[in-house]
Design a protein. Structure first.
Length: 142
């Protein structure tokens, strides 16, 4: 093992780095949930913009999903897979609802397609986070 590997290996196995990475991965969700709480009228307007009614119910469900799913991942509990799966499904579900690049032209279509590609990458990160949480739990159980 090289000197760099000797230094990096404990860092990669550290609890705090897992939690920091999980918080960074889920930032887009928990920050969105918090801003929806702080501006609930804005959250309802967002739901109305996408044709989701009743707006208050959809806003509350979105907040619960974003904050609850993020928390399950960041804590790395045995339910991390559930949080990751819920956030992944939510993320993929926003594509036909909010990022319909195939119905657009020009720069707007290009930008929306880029957002969809980012969404797919986030889903991949969520899958890896669920797997990593399971591996960490199994390692601790041994």
């Amino acid at each position: 093992m090289t000197t760099i590997e000797t230094l990096v290996r404990p860092l990669l196995r550290s609890r705090w780095l897992f939690h920091a990475g999980a918080a960074a991965l889920t930032y887009i969700f928990w920050w969105s949930g918090l801003t929806k709480i702080l501006d609930f009228a804005g959250a309802q307007a967002e739901m109305a913009h996408f044709g989701l009614t009743p707006t208050a119910l959809f806003a509350v469900m979105t907040i619960v999903l974003q904050l609850g799913g993020s928390l399950l991942i960041v804590l790395g509990t045995r339910w991390a897979w559930l949080g990751a799966g819920a956030l992944a499904a939510f993320t993929l579900g926003t594509i036909p609802l909010a990022h319909r690049f195939w119905t657009m032209d020009g720069t707007v279509a290009f930008l929306e397609k880029a957002l969809v590609q980012e969404h797919v990458s986030v889903v991949g990160g969520l899958m890896l986070a669920a797997m990593l949480a399971a591996l960490r739990r199994d390692a601790v159980a041994r």
